[in-house]
Ligand binder design. Structure first.
Ligand SMILES: [Zn+2]
Length: 152
C-alpha cells in the first residue's frame, strides 16, 4: 500500500492485531521513506443481511441484538456466555443461508430461529424468550405453549 503522505509506493506493516471482536484485522503501517504512520483495517467483504421489520422497513441484521435478547432470557440460568454467543452466531448463519436461498428474512424469521435453538439450550430461557417474543396476550396461550413444550 502506498504512503498517503509522500509518493513512496510501499509501506511496512509494523503491527497487526484483531479488532472489532475478531471481525477485522487492524494494521499499523509505516512509510520507510518519510516515517509517516497510519492504520488500515481488513474486513470480510460481505453483503449486508437485511431483516424486514414488522413496519415493513428493512434493517441490517444485528447479532448484538440477538445476543442481548438471549442473554436477558438466560438470566440466572445455567447457560454461559460462550453458549449464548454461539447461539447468536448460529442464528446469523441460518439467516444468511436462508437469505442466500432466496427466503425473505423478517424479524419473525429471526425470532423463530432463536426460539428453535434456545429450546435445545434451556427450557426456562426458551419460555421467557417466547413470552416476550410471541407477545402472549393471555395466560392461556402461555399455558398452551408450556403444555406443548412438555410433550416434546
Ligand atoms: Zn511516506
Amino acid at each position: 500500500m502506498h504512503c498517503p503522505v509522500c509518493p513512496h509506493d510501499d509501506t511496512k506493516v509494523i503491527d497487526s492485531r484483531p479488532a472489532d471482536d475478531g471481525a477485522a484485522i487492524r494494521r499499523r503501517r509505516a512509510c520507510p521513506e518519510c516515517t509517516y504512520r497510519f492504520t488500515t483495517y481488513e474486513r470480510l467483504e460481505e453483503a449486508p443481511l437485511l431483516v424486514m421489520k414488522r413496519s415493513g422497513s428493512p434493517e441490517p441484521f444485528d447479532r448484538a441484538k440477538v445476543t442481548f435478547g438471549v442473554r436477558s432470557a438466560c438470566k440466572g440460568r445455567p447457560v454461559d456466555d460462550v453458549a449464548i454467543d454461539a447461539l447468536a452466531e448460529a442464528v446469523e448463519d441460518d439467516m444468511r443461508l436462508a437469505a442466500t436461498a432466496g427466503t425473505e428474512i423478517t424479524s419473525s424469521t429471526v425470532g423463530h430461529a432463536v426460539l428453535e435453538r434456545l429450546k435445545a439450550l434451556d427450557e426456562v430461557a426458551y419460555m421467557r424468550f417466547a413470552s416476550v417474543y410471541k407477545n402472549f396476550d393471555d395466560a392461556a396461550a402461555f399455558r398452551r405453549e408450556l403444555a406443548l413444550l412438555k410433550q416434546s
